[in-house]
Design a protein around this ligand. Sequence first.
Ligand SMILES: *Cc1c(COP(=O)(O)O)cnc(C)c1O
Length: 383
Amino acid sequence: MTDPMRFETAAIHVGQDPDPTTGAAVVPIYQTSTYVQQAVGEHKGFEYSRTDNPSRSALQSCLAALEGSSQALAFASGMAATTILSMALRPGQLVLIPDDVYGGTYRLFDKVMNDRDLRYETVDMTDAPAVKAALADGAGMVFAETPTNPTLKILDLELLGDLAHDAGALLAVDNTFATPFLQRPLEHGADAVVYSATKYLGGHSDLVLGSVATNDGELADRLRFLQNAVGAVPGPFDSWLLLRGLKTLAIRMRAHCEGAARIARWLEEHPEVEQVYYPGLSDDPGHQLATAQMAAAGEPLYGGMVSFTVESEARALSVCEKTELFFLAESLGGVESLIEHPGRMTHASLAGSGMEVSPALIRLSVGIEHPDDLIADLERALS
Ligand SMILES: *Cc1c(COP(=O)(O)O)cnc(C)c1O
C-alpha cells in the first residue's frame, strides 16, 4: 500500500485490515472482557479488555494516522482524556487554561484537580505577554483550545508552543472543534492533542469517547499506563462506532464548513443579528491566523460552529425555542444541526467565575442538511 496514505484513505484503511480469521471487511466489535491463553502468559497480545481490546486498538491506530502522531489513546470521554492527561503531570504543577475554555474543562480544573494538588490559572491566550507572565509561576502545561468555545477565538499555536517550551511546560491542544482534517496541532508545536470524539470525529451524535494523541514517547507510555491503571476506557461498541464515523470525517467536515460559512455570511446581513463569530469571515479578528493554521486539508476551512448575538437574552431564548431543523440541544459536531444558549446550557458552569458568556449569545452547530433549509429555519426563528 502507498505510504503515507492521504487523510481520506487512512480514515478507511489504517488499523482496519480485513479480519484475519473471517475476512470481515469491517473490524469486528470484539465484545469480550478477557482472552484465552495457550499457556500461562502465552497469548495473542490481548489479556484483558481494560488493558487492550482489538476494536479499541484498531481505533487508536486510525486516530494516530489521522493526527500524523506516533501514538493515540482512546478514553471513555473527552473529559476522561483531559483528566488522564492532567494526571500525567507532577503534583503541584500549574496548568494554564484559556479564559473561555470548554465549561467542563473549567469545572474539572476548578472543582476536581484543584483539590488534588494541581493548580490552574485562566488566561487570555490571545495575549502573549499575559501567557508569558502566567507561565513564570511554574507551569507544567498550557492547555489551549482553538477555535474556542463559544466565541470561536483563534489561538496562535506556534506562539503558545514557543512560550510553553521556553518555560519548560507542555503544550496540549483541545482540537475538538477543528478536527485533524482542518488542523493538526502537533505540526504547529503542540506536544499533545486532546479530543472529545463525541463531537465531529464520531459525527452522528450516538457515542461518547475521547482521545489523546502525541509524538512524545515518554508521555505516551505514561498515558498508556494511566489508561490501564485508571480504567476510563471506551467499550468495544463505541470504539467500533467511532471507527465507522471516522471513515466519513473528511467529507462531513467539508459539508459542515461550507454550510457554516454560508450561514455566517447570511447572519451578518440579518437586521436582528448584532454580532457574528466565525473565523471564516474576512473581518473576524482570528481570520488571518485561522487561514494559516486551519489548512491541514490543503486549503483553509473554518469549521462548522457559528455563534452570534441578538438584542437581548429574552430574544436569544426565543430564537433557540423556535427553530425546528436546528434541534435545541447541547453538544455539537453531528450531522444534524443544533442550536443552544451557552449562558444557560453548555457554559452554565461558568456562572460566578467572572468568565460568563453574553446572555444574548446563541451557538449553532451547523449540520450537513441543505444550507438553504437551515437558513429558512433560522429566518423563521429570527422574524
Ligand atoms: C464536549 C467537549 C469536551 C468534553 O468531551 P466529552 O466527550 O463530553 O467528555 C471537551 N472539549 C470540548 C471543546 C468539547 O466540545
